[in-house]
Design a protein around this ligand. Structure first.
Ligand code: URA
Length: 301
C-alpha cells in the first residue's frame, strides 16, 4: 500500500471512529473557532529549521564560531547596520543572503550561544525560530514561554497549538509554508514583557532572519512584536486588522493566541484578520491561491 493510500485509510478510519463514538460532525471547518484548540497536527521541525538540537560546532564549516556570533549580533554586518527599531529602512532589493538555510542555521547557532543580555542567565534553551525556508508568511510572536524555554522551539504550548490551528485554517503550516519566530529569543522570567535593552540586543537576530527569509507578508501576534517593529505604543485592539509595513513588507497585527485562550469572544476578530491575510496571500501567490481555493470557498474567505 502506498503512503497516500495508507493516509487515506487512516483518515477514513478516523472519521468512522468519530462517527461511531460521537455521532456525525460537520467535517468542514469554517474557522479556527470551531476547530478549537484540540489536537493540532504534530509539528516536527524539518532539518532546515535547526529543530533537532544542534551543537554550535555542528553547524558546518563556520570556522571561528565566536567570531561569527560577534559579527551576527553586533553592528558589523551590513544588514544590521541598516536595522533600527522602526519602520523606515526597506530590505535591499537584492538579498545579500544567498543561502537561506546556512544563514538560518548560523543565526540559530548564534542565538543559542548568545550572552548579549541578562536573559541568557535564566534561560534553559534559547528559541531561534523554525519553519519553511521560503515562507509565505513570517509569524512573529513576543518571546518564549515556559514550554518553549524547555524545548527550544517556538509556540509549542497551549498558545502554540492554537496558533497552529489558526494558521492551518488558512492553509499555513510551519512545516511547509510559514516561519515562526519571536522578537525575543530567550524567555523573560515570569513571562514579563522584554526590557528595551533586551529587545535591542536581540533584534539584530530577527533582522537577520527577516533578510534571509524575505517573506511576502509578516503576521505579528500580540502587542510586543508590533510595538518592537513599528515603534508604536498604540494598543493591539486598535492596531489589529490594520495593514502596516515593515521594511517594505506588508505587516498585519493580530491578537496573541494566549489572549484568545483567555477571552474566546475575541476569536472572531482574529478570524477576520486571518481571512484578510489569506486574501492577501492569495493575491500574491498563485500556488497558494490554487491550493486554498476550495478552503476559501468553504470558509467564505
Ligand atoms: N508566546 C510567544 O509569543 N512566543 C512563543 O514562542 C510562545 C508563546
Amino acid at each position: 500500500m502506498t503512503e497516500e493510500q495508507q493516509a487515506g485509510l487512516a483518515r477514513f478510519l478516523d472519521t468512522a471512529y468519530g462517527f461511531l463514538t460521537t455521532g456525525y460532525k460537520e467535517p468542514a471547518r469554517y474557522n479556527f473557532d470551531v476547530c478549537n484548540v484540540s489536537p493540532a497536527a504534530e509539528v516536527v521541525p524539518g532539518p532546515e529549521l535547526g529543530g533537532s538540537p544542534q551543537p554550535c560546532a555542528g553547524v558546518g564549516g563556520r570556522g571561528d564560531d565566536a567570531a561569527v556570533c560577534r559579527k551576527m549580533s553586533g553592528n558589523s554586518a551590513p544588514l544590521m547596520e541598516e536595522s533600527s527599531v522602526g519602520n523606515g529602512t526597506p530590505l535591499p532589493a537584492e538579498s545579500a543572503v544567498e543561502n537561506t538555510m546556512a544563514e538560518l542555521e548560523e543565526v540559530a547557532a548564534c542565538v543559542r550561544e548568545c550572552t548579549l543580555c541578562g536573559l541568557c542567565a535564566t534561560r534553559i534553551k534559547a528559541v531561534p525560530g523554525e519553519g519553511a525556508q521560503r515562507p509565505l508568511a513570517l509569524v512573529v510572536g513576543e518571546g518564549p514561554g515556559a514550554d518553549e524555554d524547555s524545548s527550544g522551539r517556538p509556540f509549542v504550548g497551549a498558545a502554540g497549538r492554537l496558533l497552529d490551528q489558526m494558521l492551518l485554517s488558512i492553509g499555513l503550516d510551519r512545516n511547509r509554508n510559514c516561519f515562526i519566530a519571536n522578537v525575543i529569543k530567550c524567555r523573560p522570567p515570569g513571562n514579563r514583557d522584554p526590557l528595551p535593552e533586551e529587545t535591542a540586543a536581540c533584534l539584530p537576530f530577527f533582522e537577520r532572519q527577516l533578510a534571509a527569509l524575505r517573506p511576502p507578508v509578516i503576521l505579528t501576534v500580540g502587542k510586543v512584536p508590533v510595538k518592537t517593529l513599528l515603534g508604536t505604543d498604540e494598543g493591539i485592539t486598535r492596531l489589529r486588522g490594520n495593514w502596516k509595513s515593515y521594511r517594505g513588507i506588508p505587516l498585519l497585527p493580530t491578537f496573541h493566541p494566549s489572549y484568545l485562550l483567555r477571552d474566546e469572544s475575541q476569536k472572531k476578530f482574529a478570524w477576520e484578520d486571518l481571512k484578510a491575510l489569506c486574501r492577501r496571500l492569495a493575491g500574491i501567490d498563485p500556488g497558494y491561491a490554487a491550493e486554498t481555493a476550495e478552503l476559501r470557498r468553504a470558509r467564505g474567505i
